[in-house]
Design a protein around this ligand. Structure first.
Ligand SMILES: Nc1ncnc2c1ncn2[C@@H]1O[C@H](COP(=O)(O)OP(=O)(O)O)[C@@H](O)[C@H]1O
Ligand SMILES: [Mg+2]
Length: 307
């Protein structure tokens, strides 16, 4: 049975029907067993059959992106704690970065939505947070319709870049937490950004999403933002006890070489708990392994951006 599914998926991949493969990955057919049986090479990327629907990534100095809210929130918090003036922009309708720094997303009066759609000056949406040197541009569910509303706007891809204007100069770091999809909100972020950090979870092979992301970065570089750089790849959710974690780490390091951050974020339950208390890890439990890792990461980010 498992073998037949593998053959089926393989032929689909060879026919470039990646979408089908992605939708299949949501179903509950023996994924664990299949993963051990076969991996697929396609157009230079290695696919594992446990392809996740997630696309993970963050972005950097002058602006980081992230579809890894934990990384966006905690690296921003530690950069601020190192006395770097830091702005966290939540551009994901889920608003998890907003609530992650302790701001009630349901009570947010003005959000990034108004900045993008109604040209509200970004300064008038800015909120201080409980961490000194860390400000927030909040988001909430209001933004969920924006991808569609944006389509009809002129210069729809560069709205965030324009909105950021010279506010970027007031901060040492601007970190943007992106939604998982590679839609207009993400494109806006890539165009407004100087660097991208790509977090990769070591719990599955995230290389499918990675291929699409790298393509999109290339597209943005060629058409809008030639200076966009890959700041680094961050291994997250690393579990020393699993073979898969070691395997993913090895392959990512082989592929990206010294562009992989030395800091590896461990799988750590305290990191998962902190958001429900509206606290970055440094306020929730600064002695846990996850906190120490994000503290190291902030230092590495500062070092890499050659302060
Ligand atoms: N290193 C980690 N260890 C344990 N749990 C984590 C870790 N990183 C993220 N999580 C948890 O995994 C889930 C998804 O992470 P999140 O950062 O919100 O990703 P995304 O923004 O891509 O949805 C959240 O519940 C989060 O608390
Ligand atoms: Mg998120």
């Amino acid at each position: 049975m498992a073998r037949r599914i593998v053959d089926l998926l393989k032929s689909k991949v060879q026919n470039s029907q990646i979408e089908l493969l992605e939708s299949l990955s949501y179903s509950d057919i023996f994924w664990d067993q299949i993963a051990k049986i076969e991996r697929i090479r396609y157009k230079g990327y290695v696919y594992d059959l446990t392809i996740s629907p997630d696309h993970n990534f963050v972005c950097g100095r002058g602006a980081f992106i992230s579809h890894n809210t934990t990384t966006a929130v905690n690296s921003a918090a530690y950069l601020a704690s190192h006395r770097r003036k830091t702005l966290l922009i939540d551009i994901d309708p889920q608003g998890n970065a907003t609530s992650g720094v302790g701001i009630d997303k349901n009570r947010v009066e003005h959000s990034i939505y108004e900045v993008l759609i109604a040209h509200r000056p970004i300064e008038r949406v800015l909120l201080p947070t409980q961490i000194r040197n860390l400000d927030l541009i909040p988001s909430n569910i209001q933004l969920s319709g924006a991808q569609i509303e944006l389509v009809n706007l002129e210069s729809r891809e560069t709205l965030l870049k324009k909105a950021l204007g010279n506010i970027k100069e007031k901060y040492d770091y601007v970190i943007v937490d992106c939604p998982p999809s590679l839609g207009l909100l993400t494109i806006n972020t890539l165009i407004a950004s100087d660097e991208v950090i790509i977090p990769m979870q070591c719990e599955y092979y995230p290389l499918e999403g990675l291929g699409q992301l790298l393509n999109t970065i290339g597209l943005v570089q060629r058409n809008y933002n030639p200076s966009l750089k890959l700041a680094g790849v961050l291994l997250t959710m690393f579990d020393t006890r699993t073979n898969l974690s070691h395997q993913v780490a090895r392959e990512v390091q082989e592929y990206f070489g010294d562009r992989v951050y030395k800091t590896v974020i461990p799988r750590n339950v305290r990191l998962a708990e902190a958001p429900s208390f509206g606290k970055p890890i440094l306020l929730y439990d600064r002695h846990c392994a996850g906190a120490k890792a994000y503290k190291r990461l902030a230092r590495e980010i500062m070092l890499k951006s050659k302060e």
